[in-house]
Design a protein around this ligand. Structure first.
Ligand code: UDP
Length: 456
């Protein structure tokens, strides 16, 4: 799809947040826009930079982010995001990069930013460049994160121990225990700030793109559109982006161990439990050991991603003594997997996940039911939706303990409730296929998004 002179229909600039779960959807969105005839420039930080060689059709512009050699850089994700914004704003580097892009032809129609990059939005606004915000979470979570003033006003937060099970009646099916509670975060001020930022960038944008699809979140999208109408912010549901785009997982920051696909090829259909807790959040050593023994004692085949840094305060990710012998050919452990391909593999029958939104959506797309162990932030609400709304998984709550894990795995992989969840997951997979058809909601939303961008 080209412009009338055979050239691009316009240029779009995109600025991802440099973490795996945010970088991938942004590059997938870039690919979707490129396929619709737009030239693409990716401006990115030097920290966790994408590999230009994997995307020769895009132009890449790196900006310093103050992270790469900052010895005192905070280790946690929120701290990193805030320091990165502060450093970019102070240096003026983003403004300079955008100014040079604006001076060249074709002049960009707009800039797409991640929700957590207000410094980039400010620089664009100073240059008169409109912004669109990409939300890499669900529509339900966009609403939830915009509701923190209400949650505090109505006394849901700070969460009280005896009220954890209480429903948040304004945001069903969310319960108090599903809320990310800033007062429990080591730096409360930073936690509140990151929530404010998401609201601020959304309200200051001329539209938001959400990595979800209409049939998955009908009431949530409707409510969000109503809530944002007075700010003139358009909502485009153009997910699942990894299915709409053709780049798959070419944006992986870590090398994928493909030996697990060969191993899966040797396993019977629907028998393997895939286990991964995402790219960022670590777990305590005790929990790690319980996971290991829960998997071992379950007697089921499993593929487990044990990435570097998975265990809090530990550089090594050594498996407990005797574990490897106990699981022998039944278990496979890798540092990083080609996850989308793993979930699509016929041998995989369940996914034990931390419910990062990408993982949740990838599981939905392949019709794989989930065992949910959300750890942080939006994962808690995602887990609740999987269990209560879509009913394609169960939450594993409370203290992790090997006997409980063993029972939960049996429930997912062999008992009747697991079979019912599997059937529902297959139905949802069909809905994904529908939204991706030529006249499906996602394709139509992507067309509308391009028209909107070119009209700015
Ligand atoms: N992922 C992967 N290989 C792995 C584990 C994860 O490619 O071994 C990918 C996964 O497919 C997903 C992303 O990493 O796209 C994780 O994003 P998510 O939102 O699920 O969680 P986060 O890492 O942000 O907590």
């Amino acid at each position: 799809m080209a412009g009338i002179d055979g050239g691009p229909r316009g240029r779009i600039v995109l600025f991802p947040l440099p973490f795996q779960g945010h970088l991938s959807p942004m590059l997938q969105l870039a690919d979707v826009l490129h396929a619709r005839g737009l030239a693409i420039t990716i401006v990115h930080t030097t920290f966790n930079a994408p590999d230009p060689a994997s995307h020769p059709e895009f132009t890449f512009v790196a900006v310093p982010d103050g992270m790469q050699d900052a010895v005192g850089a905070p280790k946690d994700g929120i701290g990193k995001i805030l320091s990165m914004n502060a450093a970019m704003e102070a240096s003026g580097c983003v403004r300079d990069a955008l100014a040079s892009i604006l001076a060249a032809e074709p002049r960009p129609a707009c800039l797409v930013i991640d929700t957590s990059l207000p410094a980039v939005q400010k620089a664009a606004s100073q240059l008169g460049l409109p912004t669109i915000v990409l939300h890499t979470g669900s529509a339900a979570v966009v609403r939830l994160f915009r509701s923190y003033a209400m949650l505090h006003d109505k006394g849901y937060l700070p969460a009280q121990e005896h009220e954890l099970n209480k429903p948040v009646k304004e945001l069903p099916p969310i319960r108090v225990s599903d809320l990310f509670d800033p007062s429990k975060y080591p730096n409360q001020e930073m936690a509140n700030k990151i929530l404010d930022i998401a609201t601020e960038t959304t309200t200051n944008s001329s539209g938001i793109v959400i990595n979800t699809f209409e049939a998955l979140e009908i009431p949530e999208l409707e409510a969000l559109r109503e809530e944002l109408a007075s700010s003139g912010v358009n909502v485009f549901a153009i997910g699942p982006l990894h299915k709409l785009s053709t780049i798959g997982d070419a944006s992986s920051l870590l090398e994928q161990d493909r030996s697990c696909i060969e191993w899966l090829d040797t396993q019977a259909e629907g028998t393997v439990l895939y286990v991964s807790f995402g790219s960022v959040v670590p777990v305590h050593r005790d929990d790690f050991n319980e996971v290991a023994w829960g998997l071992a004692n379950s007697g089921k085949p499993f593929l487990w991603v044990v990435r570097h840094g998975l265990i809090i305060g530990s550089q090594d990710t050594e498996l407990p003594d005797g574990f490897e012998k106990a699981v022998e050919s039944r278990g496979k452990v890798v540092r990083w997997a080609p996850q989308q391909e793993v979930l699509a593999h016929h041998a995989v029958g369940g996914f034990w996940t931390h419910n990062g939104w990408n993982s949740t959506l990838e599981s939905i797309c392949e019709g794989v039911p989930m065992l949910c162990r959300p750890l942080f932030g939006d994962q808690l609400a995602n887990g609740r939706y999987v269990e209560d709304v879509w009913q394609i998984g169960t939450l594993l709550a409370g203290k992790l303990e090997r006997g409980k894990i063993e029972q939960a795995i049996a429930g997912l992989m062999e008992r009747e409730d697991g079979t019912t969840m599997r059937e529902r997951a297959k139905e949802l997979k069909m809905k994904v296929a529908m939204c991706l058809k030529n006249t499906g909601s996602t394709q139509l939303a992507a067309d509308k998004l391009v028209d909107h961008m070119l009209s700015l």
